[in-house]
Write a protein that binds this ligand. Structure first.
Ligand code: FES
Length: 332
């Protein structure tokens, strides 16, 4: 009798792995990839398409980078990092300080951007460095023999990573490149691309905030249902804080109330009083800092929570979100 293939033991997302940088490669202008392996050659925890790692970059920051090697590979993780301008320090540290042979701490893979494998057709759209999870999805769908197409928007071939890998892939005939500096042209392409759809189609988009908003807005205008539009933000534009107003946060467990000044986030203001909330991206992208709200109305400024979750007003992201009410009572 044939035995079942043993499943890999589940790995807690809190697990931290110390991995070796086996290879660092310049993939495009301002984009470097890092191949990470277990120093003793052990198999790595498995991951699904759309997953990312929390990477502890030199200097103590934690940044999220999507895995862009084929899911199913257990001998390595591949991430790619675009040097952001202006940078908050994470991408610069990865580019300038991390070298081949270094050990780097990462979380086990986490997935906030899963594929719906039962989709009749998947439309994958990447903007710039947003290609990383999208490429992983394309590899997976190609392996399944699923029906999909991938569109990759970048300013120019020099700024696009993995172009040769995509051209040589088994799915090259349904991968399309859009190289343009012209925003108008991009919008035109998106409108055409998103025009035709039906209930069996799912859309996946990843890139910078402006690109993502353009894709999502166009899709919704063209009648795509929200639950068929899946997104993962890589970064958000810095928001002006001139209109911020101060408000109070009450800590439910102690009853202590702390004033949040207009020029500080809830995260930093509470930290000043020794109340530390675990955070990572500090820009409303990753969800690490999500905290329960027991009373009051948050002013959501993140791109992590869905619209439905935001409307419930029972959770918020203290790294960037603020308050519409005078006070928020937090479950801390
Ligand atoms: Fe990433 Fe707040 S730390 S959403």
């Amino acid at each position: 009798m044939r035995g079942r293939r043993p499943r890999p033991a589940p790995v807690s997302p809190r697990t931290t792995l110390a991995l070796k940088v086996a290879r660092k490669t310049a993939e495009a202008e301002n984009i470097q990839s890092f191949e990470l392996v277990d120093p003793a050659g052990k198999a790595l925890p498995p991951f699904a398409a759309g997953s990312h790692l929390d990477v502890h970059v030199p200097g103590g920051k934690i940044r999220q980078y999507s895995l862009c090697n084929p899911p199913g590979e257990r001998h390595r993780y591949l991430i790619a990092v675009m040097r952001a301008e202006p940078t908050r320090g994470g991408s610069r540290a990865m580019h300038e300080q991390v070298k081949e042979g270094d050990l780097i701490e990462v979380s086990a893979p986490k997935n906030h951007f899963p594929l719906v494998e039962s989709a009749k057709h998947s439309l994958l759209i990447a903007g710039g460095i947003g290609i990383t999870p999208i490429l992983c999805m394309a590899e997976h769908l190609a392996g399944l023999g699923a029906d999909f197409e991938m569109h990759y928007f970048a300013r120019s071939p020099a700024r696009a990573a993995f172009v040769e890998r995509i051209k040589r892939s088994t799915f090259a005939d349904h991968a399309f490149f859009h190289f343009t500096e012209e925003e108008k042209q991009q919008r035109l392409d998106l409108a055409v691309l998103l025009q035709t759809h039906d209930a069996g189609m799912h859309l996946y988009v990843c890139g910078g905030e402006a690109f993502m908003n353009a894709v999502i807005d166009t899709a919704l205008q063209k009648g795509w249902r929200k639950d068929r539009v899946h997104r993962e933000y890589f970064s958000v534009e810095k928001r002006e804080s001139d209109s911020n107003v101060e408000f109070d946060v009450t800590i439910a467990s102690t009853g202590r109330t702390i004033r949040i000044p207009a020029d500080k986030t809830v995260l930093t203001a509470l930290a000043d009083y020794g109340i530390h909330i675990t955070a990572s991206c500090e820009q409303g992208v990753c969800g690490t800092c999500v905290t329960r709200v027991l009373e009051g109305e948050p002013q959501h400024r993140d791109v992590f929570l869905s619209d439905d979750e935001k409307n419930r007003n029972d959770r918020f992201t203290p790294c960037c979100s603020r308050a519409n009410s005078r006070t928020l009572v937090l479950d801390l």
